[in-house]
Design a binder for this molecule. Sequence first.
Ligand SMILES: [Zn+2]
Length: 65
Amino acid sequence: MTKCPVCQKQINLEAADSLTGTTPGGAKEVDPTAGTRQFHDGTWYYFDSIECRNRFTQRPDSYLE
Ligand SMILES: [Zn+2]
C-alpha cells in the first residue's frame, strides 16, 4: 500500500499496477476510477484519481517533501 501524495488516500499498489501497467505493445489506458500513476524525478508516484494526478503534474514540488 502507498498513499496518494495529493490527498493522502491509501492506494492498493497491485491494483494500480494491474490497471496502469504497460504491455509489450505499449502503454494501456489508465482507469480513471481506479487509480493511476506518474513517473516523476526517477520515481513512480501513485494517485487515486486523475484529478489528483493532474494537480500533482501542475505543481509536483508542492506535494513532495
Ligand atoms: Zn488523491
